[in-house]
Each structure stands twice: as structure tokens, then as C-alpha cells.
Design a binder for this molecule. Structure first.
Ligand code: HEC
Length: 223
């Protein structure tokens, strides 16, 4: 027997297990039906709808009370269910939803900064100029090699080499409009770009998520 079991593959053993389980269930079912049959007194075969209804006395007391009892049970059940499973967790659910959609926005923003490929249709390749993870880079502009700002410190403003950034609004503005006279192009359809507001929003959420500046220097957090 041990030898036989040892030669069985796990898949086979699993199937045999299921077959035995089903067999046992069928057996228990058959026994149950058989037992009930033998105990029940023989009954006239009158359809339910043609049998006489309960008497007035029954309708007024036990039947009525039974219905009211069930009504009470279901009312209490609903009265507890709605607040406990819907109302009380609502704030937490909203918070989780907000966090989840922010995380998705950050992810889309990140993909937007990567090169556009078949696998990444969202890509607009910010990193070509701003470097990997927007850590700063170089670009050839009008024949000269120009440095391109590190966006991981962009919320630091002037103190971190971003003299034109005084608030989050300036970042949104720069991405949307571009910077005339530099190689930073316009990205928003509101100006000369191709991105809608959600794409810009995703980029901004991503840039906020990669900031390396301490909170006290972070101009993006100020109102
Ligand atoms: C062709 C090169 C190039 C590409 C592509 C590019 N940028 Fe820029 N970007 C620049 C340059 C150069 C500057 C600095 C302009 C200046 O001198 O004021 C800049 C500035 C910025 C600034 C302001 C930084 C500061 O210090 O003031 C932000 C924000 C920014 N870019 C975001 C983006 C985003 C987001 C993308 C992708 C959608 C992107 N850039 C794509 C070249 C580029």
C-alpha cells in the first residue's frame, strides 16, 4: 500500500481524493433521503395552493406573530448591517480609495517620464533631458550642451538651484507652458503641447513623490 501511494503523482492523488470525497457525499445524501422517507407518515397528494389556509384564530395569533417576529429580525439585521458595514467604514474606504488613486497617478506619471514604447504607450521621455528618474541631465540645444535641472529637488526652489520655482503652481505652469527661449517644451494642450490635464496632473504627482528636499525647504507644501 505504501508502495502504491508513493508511486502516485500529487495530481492523481488529488483527483482520487476528490473522487472519494464526492462518493462519501453522495452516500450521506442517499442515506439521508432514505431515512426521511421511511419516517414520514404517508400524505395525501394535494397541491399546496389547493389545501385549506390557516384558520382565523391561527391567522390572528401564531401566524401573525411569526411574521412580525421575522420582520423584527430582518429590521434589526438591516439596522445593524447598514451602519456597521457601510456607514462606519466609509471614511476609511474613502481614504483608501484616495490613496490608491494617488498611487496609480504617481505610477502613470512615472511612465509618462519614460520613453514611449510599445510596452509604455504613456511615455513622453522627460528623462531624455532630465536624466534617469529625472535626476538631472544634459541636452544639446542649438549646438551647445546645456545642463537640464534635477527635478528631484525642484520643490526646493531657489535654494536648490530652481530660481524660477516659488510654489507648486510654478511647476505646473512650467510643465504646461514650457520655457520660452530654452529647450523645455510646452506639454499641455492648453499651450503648444499634447497632454491633457490628467497627464500633467500625473506628472506633478510623480514629481512630488520623488522629492529629496527636507519638508522645511519644500515650497510645494506651502499653500
Ligand atoms: C528637450 C529637453 C527636455 C525635455 C524632453 C523635458 N524638459 Fe523639462 N526642462 C528642460 C530644460 C532645459 C529646463 C530648464 C529650463 C530653464 O533653463 O529655465 C527644464 C525645466 C523643467 C522644469 C522646471 C525646473 C526648474 O528648475 O525650474 C520642470 C518642472 C520640467 N522641466 C519638467 C519636465 C517634464 C515633466 C518633462 C516631460 C513631460 C520635461 N520636463 C521634458 C528640458 C527638457
Amino acid at each position: 500500500m505504501t508502495h502504491l501511494l508513493a508511486t502516485l503523482s500529487t495530481g492523481r492523488a488529488f483527483l482520487i481524493g476528490i473522487a472519494v470525497g464526492i462518493g462519501v457525499l453522495v452516500l450521506i445524501g442517499a442515506l439521508g433521503v432514505g431515512l426521511r422517507r421511511s419516517r414520514e407518515a404517508p400524505k395525501l397528494d394535494i397541491p399546496g395552493a389547493m389545501r385549506p389556509g390557516p384558520s382565523d384564530a391561527d391567522l390572528e395569533k401564531p401566524v401573525l406573530e411569526k411574521l412580525i417576529g421575522w420582520a423584527l429580525v430582518f429590521t434589526v439585521f438591516m439596522a445593524l448591517w447598514v451602519p456597521v458595514f457601510n456607514w462606519l467604514p466609509e471614511t476609511q474606504n474613502n481614504l483608501n480609495d484616495t490613496k490608491a488613486s494617488l498611487a496609480e497617478s504617481v505610477l502613470r506619471g512615472h511612465e509618462t517620464t519614460l520613453p514611449g514604447t510599445q510596452q509604455n504607450p504613456l511615455g513622453f521621455n522627460c528623462q531624455r533631458c532630465h536624466g534617469q528618474n529625472l535626476h538631472g541631465g544634459f541636452n544639446v540645444y542649438n549646438g551647445t550642451l546645456v545642463p537640464v535641472p534635477n527635478l528631484q529637488t525642484v520643490c526646493g526652489g531657489a535654494k536648490y538651484n530652481h530660481p524660477l520655482i516659488k510654489s507648486l503652481q510654478d511647476i505646473i505652469q512650467t510643465i504646461s507652458e514650457g520655457r520660452t527661449g530654452t529647450d523645455m517644451p510646452s506639454w499641455s494642450v492648453r499651450f503648444a503641447g499634447a497632454m491633457d490635464d490628467q497627464q500633467i496632473n500625473d506628472l506633478v504627482n510623480y514629481i512630488l513623490s520623488i522629492q529629496k528636499v527636507p519638508t522645511k525647504d519644500n515650497v510645494c507644501l506651502k499653500a
